[in-house]
Each structure stands twice: as structure tokens, then as C-alpha cells.
Design a protein around this ligand. Structure first.
Ligand SMILES: [Zn+2]
Length: 55
């Protein structure tokens, strides 16, 4: 689920849908993973900073 739009973030290999996976920490302790569509992450004003590009 995309945290921003609540739609599913699909993992179809044939469709190059960009996604952002954010590891959320609180006081240095891991809390959860949040998934965003790349566009949604932009619209949410990058709550966890600029995502690292992965090839
Ligand atoms: Zn979304």
C-alpha cells in the first residue's frame, strides 16, 4: 500500500513503476517500512528526505 494515496504499489517487473521505500526510524529504532509511488512521495513533500537512487 502506498501511504500517500492508499493504492497498492505494484511490483510488476514489466511495468517500470517507480516506487520509494522508506525505512522509518524513531530515536534510532526501526519502526516500519513505508511504500510510496514516486509521484506520491513528491506530492507528500519527501517526508523522509531525498530517496537514494538505486539501479
Ligand atoms: Zn501512491
Amino acid at each position: 500500500m502506498c501511504v500517500h494515496c492508499r493504492a497498492q504499489v505494484k511490483f510488476a517487473a514489466r511495468v517500470q513503476l517507480k516506487q520509494v521505500i522508506a525505512n522509518v526510524y524513531d530515536k534510532g529504532v526501526w519502526q516500519r517500512v513505508e511504500h510510496y509511488h514516486a509521484d506520491c512521495y513528491e506530492q507528500a513533500e519527501k517526508p523522509y528526505g531525498v530517496p537514494a537512487e538505486k539501479s
